[in-house]
Design a binder for this molecule. Sequence first.
Ligand code: ADP
Ligand code: ZN
Ligand code: ZN
Length: 744
Amino acid sequence: MPNKVKPNYRGAILQVAVPSPLRRVFDYLPLADQKALPGMRVKVSFGRQKLVGIVVDIADSSALDKNKLKPILAVLDSEPVLNESVFQLLIWAANYYQHPLGEVFAAALPAKLRAGSPLKKSIQIWSRKEPIAGAIKFPRKQAVRQKALLDFISSKKEVTAERCRLAGFSTQLLKQLSEKDLIESSLISENNAPTFEALPKAVEFNINLNNEQAKAVKTISKQLNNYSCFLLDGVTGSGKTEVYMRVMQQQLSKGLQCLVLVPEIGLTPQTISRFEERFDCPVVGLHSGLNETERLSAWTQAREGSAGIVIGTRSAIFTPLAKPGLIIVDEEHDSSFKQQDGFRYSARDLAVIRAREEQLCIVLGTATPSLESLHNARNGKFTHLKLSQRTGIEQPAAMEIVDISNTTLQEGFSEQLLYRIDKHIKHKNQVLVYINRRGFAPILNCQSCGWICECENCVAQFTVHANPASIRCHHCGSTAALPKYCPNCKSRDLSTIGVGTQRIESYLKKQFPHTPVIRIDRDSTRRKNSLADMLRQVQAGDPCILLGTQMLAKGHHFPNITLVAVLDADAGLFSADFRGQEHMGQTIVQVAGRAGRAERAGEVLIQTRHASHETLQSLTSGSFAEFSELQLKEREKALMPPFAHLCLLRAEAKEMKSALALLDRIADSCDRFCKHNLLEIEKLGPIPAPMEKRAGKYRVQLLLKSAKRGSLQALLSQLCIELEGIKYPRSLRFSIDVDPQDLI
Ligand code: ADP
Ligand code: ZN
Ligand code: ZN
């Protein structure tokens, strides 16, 4: 790693990173009686505030007059909170993503530690009390849940509160059982926390790997003791998880921990149970559903080495591990691994950097590899392992294009599609209809004057929603009652254009009155447990039509679905975003992967007005590999990632003028620096962003592109130094996005 900090313990100046937008460390004097080392938290006064910072280095001298330096207020730790490797990873990430180090540290720490709470020294665990003679009486209403929790605790012997919550039991329930004296808690010191032994359970291990799986496991196993990155490219249902588990098993049995990153939606209690069923070791989950006490506890178990498996979403990549043995990134192509605001890091990319730093083996698994990872596999940085067969007996779903160029659609459906849906339902199968647009309709317009209902805060149309009838902006969240007449010409002749999930739901209910229609999107799943309830209904297996957005593309198994209908492929085909087609291909293949997972073959129908489009053809008549090949060629021609590196500078302000002025000034600096240093960096902009106004702010962007990461990094570092000297109003927001996911 570049820019490694060499600690110098003899010095007398503490260099502290504090959570502030300033991209530098601040000098403080140590306290005579409290030793502070790099990686420890200290409390400091910063302007008028008191903040928790992290000691980054200890220096002999300061550029400031020593008399002007303030002493720190307190040392909060007796040992570094972050181990050396995570500490270095964060310093690297702050440099690479050009984000203030203090904020990077803050993003990596659980909120409690960020606020100055002590590192937890004990873990609370619950166990069942010896039952006293006589039947246990539960008040009728809560009986079921309380009984279920009691059984759960009995089955686990010892269990933490967050593990109960993860299994769907509230803290309230735990309290009730404890009040009834049915369970008891004890505190165990984290130093005496149970160590894990990973004993495979015989039943599960009876699965015989197929040839491809066996080869993958063998190849990975040879490289388990040092850095090596594998791209496990396996179609849905090809048994990737089985491969992960075989490799994990080897490391766990040596007492080494495994860190598993999953997209947010993939981290269901089922995923965790799957690991728990296989391994006799503590599994902790780190995700947004935890409260802060639970998060700290899970984090501590990872840090202390008492958790064998740490499974989490994006930010879990910053979890320190006492005995790291393996990193797995499941669904590596998923864009949720990229943080889209604040500290804009890619957890997948940092996972690879971390693995290299800690000399670990890392496996990136997916059915639809990102073009970046494929490129890395091609140039030898990653080892490409393929699983081309599903483990069941079923065939992969066949894809077919439905040409709708000369067809009138009924609420988004062609005759042909309706006919096929009917056929599958009559055969007592299930159907999945995919459209990535929630709400009732994307456009409300006036038939008399052509007015279109737009959000005042954004340059975007309002989406019409039903129940209650309203208009909502999907970009800033503003909402209003459905207008009764056109504000422009007062006509009452308003109509909706296009279809969203709500509209399709009511249409399908009319068309197929005897078949349940289950809609899954962000609106229908807002209520707690509603998603789980709906999934259960589908899994029960009776004929139904499952309708939804990309929430359906991820992770769930629907063995009885035999038909997948993609209503509109054209949105992705002609997206303004350079990753639009890649994402479209991934989504279609992922959605298709939900079909025919059991013994029934599935079919996938894709409606489009551009049936002969090369991209769609490569996807449907070829394989995802052929599709990716074509995409890579186009990216190479256009000199876009992974053949070039991007950085997007954004400015947002109440007026377009001030945002433009800042980026103009930065663009001048770019020109000067590149000319002076003979750097080849292409500059596009400043120009208004494709979405020119959002949430009341005008948005301008400047895109920097270079074949060399190093050149881009040199320029960005220089720009950040200059930026500190530029005064701009506080209302103006500026951000740097290295390796941006999208350019919208
Ligand atoms: P993926 O993660 O690639 O979608 P999974 O690992 O979830 O696939 O495997 C799909 C199903 O196939 C699981 O139920 C798993 O237990 C089963 N499975 C995996 N490998 C085998 C195998 N070699 N033989 C039989 N069943 C297998
Ligand atoms: Zn009008
Ligand atoms: Zn808006």
